[in-house]
Ligand binder design. Structure first.
Ligand SMILES: [Zn+2]
Length: 145
């Protein structure tokens, strides 16, 4: 057991871990790009009137924090369509106000991997303004351990 622990903390294995994380992040990011493109097309197809209608209905469909589930998130602004209609499935596990879930207007889905990578993304309204993953990855790594 001691030997395994010593091996596990060997610096050359950190590089492997980081390589694995980089690949995981790249895959998650590519998937997210496809999600965004799809959601963008959906939003365009809907037109403004239908998007407005869905955004108004979102407040009734989403369950925010309750006494039984105080960590649930309120509706958030969707990074793809800009409507206050992003409905998080679960609680705010990372305490960053970024949840996994789906936009009730454009159907953009944010995966757990992307939610973990985007602790600061909520501040921005434009999807393309999100900094490259490498800038924010250290925060994610720090939060994971
Ligand atoms: Zn949306």
């Amino acid at each position: 057991m001691e030997a395994l622990l010593a091996l596990d903390s060997h610096p050359s294995l950190w590089a492997l871990d980081m390589e694995r994380e980089d690949r995981y992040e790249d895959g998650a990011q590519k998937q997210d790009e496809r999600e965004r493109e799809q959601a963008h097309r959906t939003r365009k197809r809907l037109g403004k009137e239908e998007a407005d209608r869905r955004a108004a209905a979102a407040a009734d469909l989403h369950t925010g924090p309750t006494p039984d589930d105080p960590s649930a998130l309120e509706l958030q602004e969707c990074l793809v369509c800009g409507y206050e209609a992003f409905s998080s499935d679960g609680g705010d596990e990372l305490g960053m106000q970024v949840g996994t879930g789906e936009c009730l207007v454009c159907h953009y889905r944010r995966s757990p991997a992307i939610a973990a990578m985007q602790p600061h993304a909520r501040q921005t309204t434009c999807a393309s303004a999100i900094p490259p993953m490498r800038w924010i990855a250290p925060c994610w790594r720090a939060g994971k351990s």
